[in-house]
Design a protein around this ligand. Structure first.
Ligand SMILES: NC(=O)c1ccc[n+]([C@@H]2O[C@H](COP(=O)([O-])OP(=O)(O)OC[C@H]3O[C@@H](n4cnc5c(N)ncnc54)[C@H](OP(=O)(O)O)[C@@H]3O)[C@@H](O)[C@H]2O)c1
Length: 177
């Protein structure tokens, strides 16, 4: 394992473990008073490759009014359909695990798992996640899209550290292998 670059989940969630409401709103997150960019740029500089599920990609396309936010990174979107690559993203619909292992064996910075919960479930079951960084928002939303979907998997983690950015708490874990 050592020497390989890492797959890092970096994501914001509500205190009760959701990443969006059922209708995919993130208002509960965007309304929180943080501090500066809450460590975002510092993290962003540590990655050069980005993975996301197609629903997260659709959300970004619908809500991001400016240019695609990850323009200077290699961005891969996972889907079970056959979709044409764009200038911003490559779609992966086959051999997902082996594509990720290939990426991981390439030289480079770390790989950011943007989300969402469905892609994450696959990656956790496949034991492909190395680091988990959660930004916890001070909100309980009761229902929504869960970060950790129910499933047959269990991982043990080591707490590496915590920070807070005003109202946000950042939790950093490594995944025991
Ligand atoms: N709070 C945050 O920081 C944060 C971060 C990221 C996302 N989100 C939110 O999370 C929501 C989306 O999360 P989600 O859990 O519903 O969906 P998701 O994981 O983003 O995307 C699910 C889709 O990804 C594809 N997919 C997933 N696993 C796959 C696999 N093993 N192989 C091939 N394709 C695979 C499928 O696409 P097809 O349907 O095309 O087959 C599936 O429908 C959005 O509302 C987004 O805004 C929040």
């Amino acid at each position: 394992m050592s020497g390989k670059r890492k797959l890092v989940l970096y994501i914001a969630m509500s205190l009760d473990g959701y990443i969006a409401t059922e209708d995919e709103s993130l208002d509960w997150l965007f309304n929180v008073e943080g501090e500066g960019d809450n460590g975002y740029l510092e993290f962003y500089e540590t990655v050069d490759t980005i993975l996301m599920g197609n629903k997260t990609y659709e959300w970004i396309k619908k809500h991001e009014t400016r240019e695609f936010p990850y323009k200077n990174k290699d961005c891969y979107v996972f889907t079970r359909s056959s979709l044409e690559d764009t200038e911003d993203v490559k779609f992966i619909n086959d051999n997902v695990g082996s594509v990720i292992n290939e990426l991981r064996n390439q030289e480079g910075r770390n790989i950011w798992i943007v989300g969402g919960g469905e892609l994450l479930q696959f990656l956790l079951k496949a034991k492909l996640v190395d680091v988990i960084i959660l930004i916890v928002a001070p909100a309980i939303i009761g229902k929504g899209i869960p970060l950790f979907k129910k499933g047959d998997y269990q991982l043990d983690l080591t707490l590496q550290g915590t920070r807070n950015f005003n109202q946000f708490v950042e939790l950093r874990y490594s995944v025991k292998k």
